[in-house]
Design a protein around this ligand. Sequence first.
Ligand SMILES: [Cu+2]
Length: 179
Amino acid sequence: MLLFAWVCPVLGAGMSHEGPGHRMTWDARGMVMGENQGDTLPGDCAEISEDVSFEVRVGHKYAPEGLIFGYSDYEWRVPPCSRVSVTLVNEDEVRHMWMLHGLPSYLYAQGMFHLEVEGGHKMTGTFIVPGDDQTFFVHCDVSQHTEKGLKGQLKVGKGSGDLPGIPGITAPRYPGTAD
Ligand SMILES: [Cu+2]
């Protein structure tokens, strides 16, 4: 394990960087950011409630009618305070992400957990969700990919409602997009 401060994005492949709320691993397959195996728990969790893992496939072939890209699922449900391992399998040739927003920023840099995988590869990362019922936004942040179908939601506990424009779950604001 190597330690670097601030310069990690320019160092190249095969390295790892740890710091408060800023943990990153990357190699030729892609990148995992914001990983938390359990060394620090969310403030409202006395312990890890359970281990959950799921695989998400991403690619053109999963695109819903009228969209360009798709995830194999658009909603994931996990118990409060669970430790969640996600494997993102990229079946396209272009890079895709499974990027989750809204986690506590004292634990995750910018409140994000982020898997980013080059075409034809897969990567696994782990994070711990807080203890309250919340719905988190998930998307691919590559330019235009959110609008072209890569937008989903992770519900902790009962969740806090549905987000707009989740393919197959809620109506888009603009027809023909997942926006
Ligand atoms: Cu993408």
